[in-house]
Design a binder for this molecule. Structure first.
Ligand code: S3P
Length: 425
């Protein structure tokens, strides 16, 4: 589907709630399926990725019922062999977390993915799981994965990557085996798995960047999932760069492992404020007030902040085209392993729009402030975050742009355009 995006002159105004957090939605399905009893998940994400996880746990024998955005999971904490391959679709989180769950089961499983997922690196989870005793066949470290039944043993794993998917995979494998399993990461990645496991009664402890887990029985959860800061990011950036904008984003997840974008905006001098910060189901939540900011300044984004804003870098690169001076993004080489090579893809597409942007091996350098000219067609690379970031860029282009294959937005945010239209005054 092609999407025409026009310059937005009137500004964004109003109060909106973006869809539920994708990361937390995956974990809610996985952990409630592993718990004994009935869990109720309210405000489950409507994105395709969390639905890939949901369908897989149904195929693994869990009784899951959907009623609008409310999902009820009834489980006796046992999984059963699926006679058909488990399709993870476009979702790296599904494939990597699920591998940790399935590696120690007494049945074999096959995990498949779409074209993009089948190109993404799985060695990062195959390696630690193999050290634990797992038997996994792959095609040179890529999907499809054939996970053979195996008896696992605990390990202390030092990960080279700050990756919540790798960390969570190992923790989920460790949850089912005797002894202490630990994972240490170079700096902290998102910790939703740890928080949810703890709230469900798991024997889990965090010390700095190391997490320890022991075999645990999980109690069911009743959880209401907060809005996804990664989806809010498109509206935050749009409001910052479109004159006359002022919006409130309600009930957004503000877990410190996810709020790197807010720190960057504050450093750039952006007009952003958190209102009514509170805790819901173990996660920090608040409302975000954000408005047009004329004098944003470029900055360096590198080091420990990278995992705290990894999914927001495409839209931050759009923001950087509208800030004064230089923005340098470093240490983000893993962006090349996402749904697309997000460094090369964003640089190529923003250049087409007229941005002064350059690719580096581990990031990009953007010089602003540039009047984006637009008047061209851009590509999404089958990547939802590219689709939405380019949409935001289109809103400040002088001439309209045409985004090809915009339907990839459905991976995380099917109602994106409807919500944009609701805040255009
Ligand atoms: C996610 C972790 C991150 C992130 C992805 C979701 C998760 O990936 O980019 O969109 O839910 O655990 P990595 O762990 O590969 O950095």
């Amino acid at each position: 589907m092609q999407k025409l995006v026009k310059n937005c002159i009137s500004g964004l105004k109003g109060e909106i709630t973006v869809p539920a957090d994708k990361s937390i939605s995956h974990r809610a399905i996985i952990l409630s399926s592993l718990a004994k009893g009935k869990s109720v998940i309210k405000n489950f994400s409507d994105g395709q990725d969390p639905h890939s996880t949901l369908k897989i746990f149904k195929a693994l024998g869990i009784d899951i019922e959907e009623n609008g955005s409310e999902v009820t999971v009834k489980s006796d904490s046992e999984l059963y062999k699926s006679e058909t391959p488990l399709d993870c679709g476009n979702s790296g989180t599904t494939m990597r977390l699920l591998s940790g769950v399935l590696a120690g089961q007494n049945f074999n499983s096959i995990l498949t993915g779409d074209e993009s997922l089948s190109k993404r690196p799985m060695k990062r989870i195959i390696e630690p799981l193999t050290l634990m005793g797992a038997k996994i066949e792959s095609t040179d470290g890529k999907a499809p994965l054939l996970i053979h039944s195996a008896k696992l043993n605990p390990i202390s794993y030092k990960s080279k990557l700050a990756s919540a998917q790798v960390k969570s995979c190992i923790l989920l494998a460790g949850l089912g085996i005797d002894g202490v399993t630990s994972v240490t990461e170079p700096c902290l990645s998102r910790n939703h798995t740890e928080l949810m496991l703890k709230s469900m009664g798991a024997n889990i402890k965090t010390d700095g960047t190391t997490v320890y887990i022991e075999k645990s029985e999980l109690s069911p959860v009743n959880i209401e999932i907060c809005a996804d800061i990664s989806s809010a990011a498109y509206f935050i950036v749009a409001a910052l760069i479109i004159p006359n904008s002022k919006i409130i984003l309600k009930n957004v997840g503000l877990n410190l492992t996810r709020t790197g974008i807010i720190d960057v905006i504050k450093q750039m001098g952006g007009n952003i404020e958190i209102l009514d910060e509170r805790e819901i189901c173990g996660e920090t939540v608040g409302d975000i007030l954000v408005g047009y900011s004329e004098n944003l300044k470029g900055c360096e984004i590198s080091g420990e902040i990278i995992p705290r804003l990894i999914d927001e870098i495409p839209v931050i690169s759009v923001l950087a085209t509208q800030t004064q001076g230089q923005t340098v993004i470093k240490d983000a080489q893993d962006l090349r392993n996402k749904e697309s090579d997000r460094i090369s893809a964003m640089v190529t597409e923003l250049k087409k729009l007229g941005a002064d942007i350059e690719e580096t091996p581990n990031g990009m350098i953007i010089n602003g402030k540039t009047k984006l000219s637009g008047g061209v067609e851009v590509e999404t690379y089958h990547d939802h975050r590219l689709a939405m970031s380019l949409y935001v860029a289109g809103m400040v282009c002088e001439r309209e742009i045409l985004i090809n294959e915009f339907e990839w937005v459905n991976i995380s945010f099917p109602t994106f355009e409807k919500l944009v239209e609701s805040v255009i005054s």
